[in-house]
Design a binder for this molecule. Structure first.
Ligand code: FE
Ligand code: FE
Ligand code: ZN
Length: 277
């Protein structure tokens, strides 16, 4: 089996997200640690967080994914932008360390003209800075579409980050189906081959979560526009094959499709049915 859920609004807090997850048939979910466009995080509420860690410990929920705001850029050329990314990540991790069972997922960043090598060095520098000895939250690098100067569009780039980081034991990867399709990995015709390539380059043991999204653009478009399940170039059969794939069992799989809650509930039910076939 896989855990299935979707991205939820964190506006009402952790207990509210757990309740919503139950209502829509989800046994995992994802949330932004703060406003995705950056800015201040809410104060940490230990009693509220205990509802989430309790649900994970009880097995009601599988691992849950906390997503860093997508505007932070740990590989910017501007030291102030990098500093903001470090501060945000360190602050997020200090909170998440108090919620066992939650992964912290982030976009490696965009090198904006510095070149991928420099970008990778800066990402490694950020990870080495924020992954302190006392911390414990697993940190996931998200596979990217390779839009613009995004780092992480090739499995090799993520592998290099893992190789150079001081604390690889704290690191994993989150595979986004829309992103890798847009990055040129053909899940539709060769899912086995793509996963074999992931295993060869990164290692499947590093894969901790999946973002299940269809794509509005054809293979290799490097666009990153998510479509509803079955409404894009990946299509339902390819995404059903992902939830059924033996190498991916046990993972949390999170929808980031353009939906409101009823649409998410329907997609979760559909994918559960496909997973059981
Ligand atoms: Fe993401
Ligand atoms: Fe994603
Ligand atoms: Zn995306």
């Amino acid at each position: 089996m896989v855990y299935l859920g979707c991205h939820l609004s964190s506006a009402g807090g952790y207990a509210a997200m757990c309740k919503t997850a139950a209502e829509i048939g989800a046994d995992t979910f994802q949330f932004f640690t703060r406003n995705p466009r950056g800015g201040k995080a809410k104060a940490f509420d230990p009693a509220d967080a205990a509802v989430l860690s309790g649900a994970i410990a009880a097995g009601t929920l599988g691992p849950v994914v906390a997503h860093a705001p997508y505007t932070i850029n740990p590989c910017s050329a501007d030291p102030r932008v990098r500093e903001f990314a470090w501060e945000t990540m360190a602050d997020d991790l200090a909170k998440l360390d108090q919620i066992p069972g939650v992964y912290y997922n982030f976009h490696p960043g965009s090198h904006v003209g510095q070149g991928v090598e420099t970008g990778i060095d800066r990402i490694v520098e950020a990870l080495n800075g924020v992954l302190t000895a006392g911390g414990r939250t697993p940190v996931l690098l998200e596979t990217m579409a390779g839009k613009g100067s995004e780092v992480g569009g090739r499995f090799e780039e993520l592998r290099t980050i893992l190789d150079r980081a001081d604390r690889p034991d704290r690191l994993g990867v989150c595979l986004d189906t829309c992103h890798i399709h847009d990055g040129g990995y053909d899940l539709v015709h060769d899912l086995d081959g793509v996963l074999a390539e992931f295993d060869r380059v990164i290692g499947l043991s590093r894969l901790k979560a999946v973002h299940l999204n269809d794509s509005k653009n054809p293979l290799g478009a490097k666009k990153d526009r998510h479509a509803v399940i079955g409404g894009g170039y990946l299509g339902l059969p390819a995404l059903a094959a992902v939830v059924r794939h033996p190498a991916l069992q046990g993972l949390p799989m999170v929808l980031e499709t353009p939906n409101e809650l009823p649409g998410y509930a329907a997609e979760i039910a559909l994918l559960r049915k496909e997973a059981a076939r």
